[in-house]
Design a binder for this molecule. Sequence first.
Ligand SMILES: *[C@@H]1O[C@H](CO)[C@@H](O)[C@H](O)[C@H]1NC(C)=O
Ligand SMILES: *[C@@H]1O[C@H](CO)[C@@H](O)[C@H](O)[C@H]1NC(C)=O
Ligand SMILES: *[C@@H]1O[C@H](CO)[C@@H](O)[C@H](O)[C@H]1NC(C)=O
Ligand SMILES: *[C@@H]1O[C@H](CO)[C@@H](O)[C@H](O)[C@H]1NC(C)=O
Ligand SMILES: *[C@@H]1O[C@H](CO)[C@@H](O)[C@H](O)[C@H]1NC(C)=O
Length: 468
Amino acid sequence: MAGIPRLVTAISQLLLTCIFLTRAVATFTLPDRCPVFFKSHSQRECDPITPASFLPASVRSASKIRSKYVVDNIVFADFLGALNVTQSEFFAPWLGTWPDAIDWTAAVVGTHISGAARSISEDLVFLDSDKDSVADWRRISSLVDKYFAQIIAYYFGQDALTIRNEAYDDILWVVLGWLEAVQFVNTHSDLHYTPAGLDRSEATLGITDEILGGYTRTPGQPYHGTIWIPAFSHRARIFWNLASHGWDTKLCNGGMVWNPRLQPYKNAITNELFIAASISMYFHFPGDNNESPFSNRSDKFNPNDPDAKVPSEARDARYLKAAIEGYRWLRNSNMTNDHGLIVDGFHISGYLDENSNNTSCDVRDEMVFSYNQGVILTGQRGLFDATGASSYLTDGHRLIQNVIKATGYSLRLDNPVDDSLKIRPGVLPRWHGLGRLGVMEEYCDASGTCSQDGATFKGIFFHHLTAF
Ligand SMILES: *[C@@H]1O[C@H](CO)[C@@H](O)[C@H](O)[C@H]1NC(C)=O
Ligand SMILES: *[C@@H]1O[C@H](CO)[C@@H](O)[C@H](O)[C@H]1NC(C)=O
Ligand SMILES: *[C@@H]1O[C@H](CO)[C@@H](O)[C@H](O)[C@H]1NC(C)=O
Ligand SMILES: *[C@@H]1O[C@H](CO)[C@@H](O)[C@H](O)[C@H]1NC(C)=O
Ligand SMILES: *[C@@H]1O[C@H](CO)[C@@H](O)[C@H](O)[C@H]1NC(C)=O
């Protein structure tokens, strides 16, 4: 899908700006989240031995004497521009999808559009409360609704029946996508439509009151988007149930298999997705009493599905358990290389040999892709929020530091390791494992040979980086 490389390039060129932008986001966290970067009153819910900073100790002291980073508003304008191009050139409203996208990349783009709508909604809160702001508020709120309407269209445009028979990673992108849409609706509703009289929480900063001036807010009227929460959550639940059949203990002592119809491959992405989707189900799935397609008959796609009859509730412990077990397996699977980056996955030697009784994951695919360093971050952050165990945060911080290093950027020097002035024309700067000169790159980027898959990876990394 040609729209994505532009979006991805714009975003990845701003690698470091984005990292500091996430600091701005982190100060404005949702109530159930604990800030990682800064001390704040809501840290009371956090583990007291939580790492106080993302930066390694040696860098932290140096950064105190450096001038403060300023959030660059141009990043936000570029983000709106990229969003507009993606949606005006590649989304087809009459089909409710991005026709050039394959199933999984469409699910990912849908996820990003929901995430983007949530960011714009959060930004609305920071509008000044002068007279012009009501007009501004209506303009931006219409922008939010424009993208949300496209997400609703995609709910029907998504080829949900076909994806049921695809690989487990394809199925899991669907779960993350609809949970992201649920989070957008909840955030937008909480920030701007919470009925007066209830605790409106510190997140609104009291500004929306002045902006709205009673103009758009009718007491007792929640955001219209809330009617879609049951539909989105239902699809997330159906797809999580389908994916959970991919966990198997006969091979490699556990782990998700990538595709049940191919020779077993226990890969990073399927396992990271299962962890991230499970912990996101634990936090964001509100429960579901829609029994379709199970009601009074077996699921015709999956007649023996033991989950069909299990009622599903909010904060269901089985999602937390799945995330914890998935993470334990992944962490013990030796999927991390010498750069501290997560490689692609494991095959089993001699699997097709009738005389072999090998069951262990012993043939490692050493390819490194940016998205394999990303999706797990949502898992680690969620597991920390759910359990309070700071090891999940420490693992996440270490991985992010390793990624930055593998782009050729030194946190200690606060500069690329290689001198850009010494690069000769026509010669590529040195490769550091996941990029060069401090810019994240896939292997396929330099030669311009990325498929739609590779072109989508960096956007996925940055989407999940915002969990920190
Ligand atoms: C959005 O993108 C379309 C197509 O690229 C362009 O024609 C339009 O001017 C853009 N709108 C804004 C507000 O940038
Ligand atoms: C469920 O199936 C049974 C037997 O087939 C039938 O008697 C009952 O009315 C059905 N219930 C619903 C809600 O459709
Ligand atoms: C981990 O994987 C590497 C690369 O395949 C291998 O050299 C090493 O022996 C493995 N370590 C363990 C403990 O299995
Ligand atoms: C079984 O696994 C061992 C250890 O990983 C390996 O040396 C051997 O070649 C495998 N057997 C077959 C038949 O591939
Ligand atoms: C695998 O098979 C060999 C003989 O082919 C046997 O000695 C060994 O105990 C078996 N290992 C397991 C784990 O079953």
